[in-house]
Every structure is written in structure tokens, then in C-alpha cells.
Design a protein. Sequence first.
Length: 584
Amino acid sequence: MASIETKTSQIDPDTGYPPFTFGGQLRMMAGAFWSSQVRNKVLLLIVGLLTIILTTVYAQYRLNYWNTPFYNALEQRDLDGFFEQLKVFFIIAGSLLVLNVIQAWLNQMTALFMREGLTRDLVDQWMHPRRALRLASLGKIGVNPDQRLHEDARNLAELTTTLAIGLVNATILLASFIGVLWVLSADFAFTFNGRQIAIPGYMVWAALLYAGSASMLSNYVGRKLPTLNTQRYSQEAELRFTMMRTNENMLAITLTNGEDSERRRIQQAISEVLAIIRRLAFAYTNLTWVSAGFGWLTTIAPILIAAPVYFSGGLSFGGLMMAVGAFNQVNTALRWYIDNFRPIADWKAALYRVSVFRRALIDLDNEHAEPETLTVEEDEAEQLTLKDLLLSPRPNSSGGDRGLRLDGEYVILPGERIMVNGDPRANRRLLFQAIAGLWPWGKGTIRLPKSGSMLLVPQKGFFPDATLEEVLTYPMPVATYTPDAMGNALEAVGLHRLTEKLSARERWERVLQEDDQMRLRIANALLVKPRWIVLDDAFEALETETQSELLAILNTMSEAAIIYVGRSETFLPSSTRLIHLQPY
């Protein structure tokens, strides 16, 4: 029993896969970047950024050394030296201003190309044949993919750019100014119980101890932030999906007086988002105690740390100011983790959501059923063969799911009219999905005719947000067919009134009635001229008269085999054979 519990605990409930380690997430996204088309552009920008950062740090280094003569001139009331150092300051400050502007532009361009590469890669992975639909049935990982493709990808690209540049800048600052601190406190020593104790570079150790304690405390206080941010992204996506779904189905909701029900549903989604935000607010508030506390303490901390060297006579007032400046630079570099703890937590959440989404998409190609699997292959012969099929429910699915069984061998030739029906307890929709190559679970053999000769017509069609001619020829380019061919297809299905609107762009699934939507889909079949047409109960919601009319249009394609998976009484009389499915 213990081993079973251990195995179960190693499965991520959101994805159905083993947990994705942080290192694995980084390797996954690094590989995606390296294979992206924007890689060379980003690498070129990175070289430019490194050049600007190094130049900026050198200018800051010169500005830090400027502290000594400037404050010494003030201490000695040297007016000529004072004005001379002001000239030096404006030269350095002007150079830093130009460098900062250039770096800001390079930052934005890097983030732009990072987002382009990441988003295009995710869309390519998502729109890989068969993946998106299979992902939708995978569990939580398949819910609201738009959130991961849009908002999560944007956050990951922008935060990666900002944090990476900040980390590089902090590292270079640390390497540059830690040597200054070491030199300033190299000979420091103090007397304790009559003994002189020397601590070479004690200001360096003090800075490391100061920033290290702040980092450790911040990490402890804010340890829950990445998880809370991940939960927030998920709940925000649920809220947006709920409101979008309500808007898309407003007619049905209004006609059934369902506004109150939907209002409660949306309000519940809002409450769940607010609950996560409330927990984040407390976490951020606790983190502020640490970040703000150390921030205010930094005002006086470098002076207190440098004071022993100053009062021992080892530093002039200008040297003290230079030490304070160097300490602040070192502390700024070491405090990078503290100052960026919130965006780092946000970045980790975005990295997790994007990387597990991409891994789930890729792993779908490696997903296998049981050892005796369903074989779907292309046959050189011009026929469709179904042999000894047993299609089982998806593994780990709910107990209410059903499968189907089809014993024997059935060969379907061009020109035949086949109705696939059978026991009502058989889930006949699985046969349609198996023929489409979308259902790998089961046993038996399906041999399909050559690629491109089959048209699959699901129960609910898809109408892209495009012109009518694009909808009519979907997914083929409009140029594939002549305007006359498109007009003839519309005329054949009784949509001649739409001929003049071929170039119009509308939300056609809203503009057209349900029977006209089906006519448009049949018009598409007339253009494509497939050798096999498989319909998944596509006539179910239509009037009997409309079914008869559309069936008559389909029957004009005498050389095409028409396979109707469903229970249409209109199709039954014209069928040449009936395939009877059994439950499983």
C-alpha cells in the first residue's frame, strides 16, 4: 500500500505527469530558445547589452573614485578644486545618462524578441496536428491554454529579460567594487583584551554578512510566493474563461432566465481570485518588513561599518565617502536577490506554468496505450477497413465513461452509404475519433485510404473569424478554388444569397442559422470532393426536411463513400449497409 501511495504522490494532479523539477523547467525552456528563430537576434542584443553594462559599470567605478577629490575639496574649502570636480561629475553623469537610455532600449528589444520566440514556439507546439484536442482532455493542464500562451508567456519573457540583465549587472558591479572595499579595509585591526586583531578586508566580510542575512531572511519569509503566484494565474484564467463562456452563451442564458445562476458562478470565481490575492497581500506585507527594514538600515550601515577605519585615521573624509559609495554598490549587487524577490517568485510561477504546458504538449506524442494497442494506418488500397475493434475509455477516466466493440472485418469502398449505429450503450463517438486518429486506447485495426482523400465532419463545425470565402474553402487557401466554383457550391446547397458576400468578414457562426451553417459545411465538401466523408451525427439538430435536402445534395457525390456515425432516421433508408456497434 505504501508503494502505491508513493507512486501516486509522484504524479502532478494538474498535468497527470511526474512533477517537473526546476532544473528540468530551465532545460526545457533553454532548449526551446536555442531552437527558436529569434535566437541569433537575442544573442546579438545580449552582446550589445553586455558591452553597455560593462561600460556603465566602468563609469560608475570612475564616479566612485570621484568621491575622494570632491569631498576632500569640500573639506579643505578648495573652490577651484570644487569647480574642477563638478566638471568631471557632469562628464561622467552625462555619459551614464546616455548609457542608461541605450540600455533601456536594448532591454525592451530583448524582451520583445524573447516574447516573440516563446509565444510562436508555444503556438507551434499547441497547433501541432492532433495535440490541441488531445490536450483538452488531459485534465487541468488542458484548461484555458490561452492563459499560458498569452499572459504567462508574456510574463516569462519580460521577467526573464529584466531579471537576467539585472543579475548580470549586479554580478559585474560586485566584481568591480568588492576590490575597492578590500583595499580600503585591507589593513584594518582592532585591540581586544590587549591583543591586536587584524581582519583583512573586513568591510567586504561585513557587506557579505549584511546582505547574506537579508537574503536568507527574505527567502524564508517569502518562500510561499511562487506557489501562490501559480495559483493566482490559474484562478485568473478560470475567471476570464467563466466570463467569456457566459458572454458566448448569453442568448441561451437569457432565454432560460439563467442570469442569477451565472452571476453566482462568476461571483464565486471572483471570490476565489480575491482569496488568492489576499494571501499574496499578506505574504508581500511580511516580505516588506524585511526589504524595507534592511533598506532603511542601509542608509547608515556603510558609515557605521567604515567608521572604525575612519576614526583610526586610516581614511580621509573623502576616502570615507568613497568607502560608503563602494559599500553601497557592493550591497546593491548583493541585495539583488532581496530587491527582486517578488518578481523572482512571479518568474518562477510563469516558468512553471509555461514549461509544464510545453512538456505536456511534447509528451502527447509519446503517450501510449496498453501493450495491445489500436493500430491506425494508411492503406495503399482505395478502401477503409475496420477490423476487430475494441475501443476502451481513457485510462484513469471516471467510471461513467463507456467504450465500444465491433467484431469482424468491414471493408468500405468508394460510393457506399454506410450507417454506423448499434446498441445505445456503445459510445459510437469513439469510432469517429479513432478514424480521425484522435483515440489511441483500444485494440484492433483501422486501415485508412490515402491521406487527403477523407473529409471528417464533426457534429459541431468550426467557422474561423474570416471572410466567407475563407470559411467556405477552409482549411485550403482561397486561391485553390475559382470564384465560379465557390458560387456553384453555394448555389447547390441553397445559399445563393451569400454569393455576393464572399469577401465579407463576419462572425458566421452567429450570423447564420444552424441549418445554414450545415449547408455551408456541405458546400465545403462539394468543393473539396473527398472520396470518403465521415459524419459524426452531423444532422442531429436539424429538421427532418433539412436533413433530407442535405442528404440529397451529398448523394450527388456518387463516387464518394458516405459514412454516417449516428442515429439519423433520414439517412437510414439510403444506406447500403448498417454497421452495428456493441457496448464495452
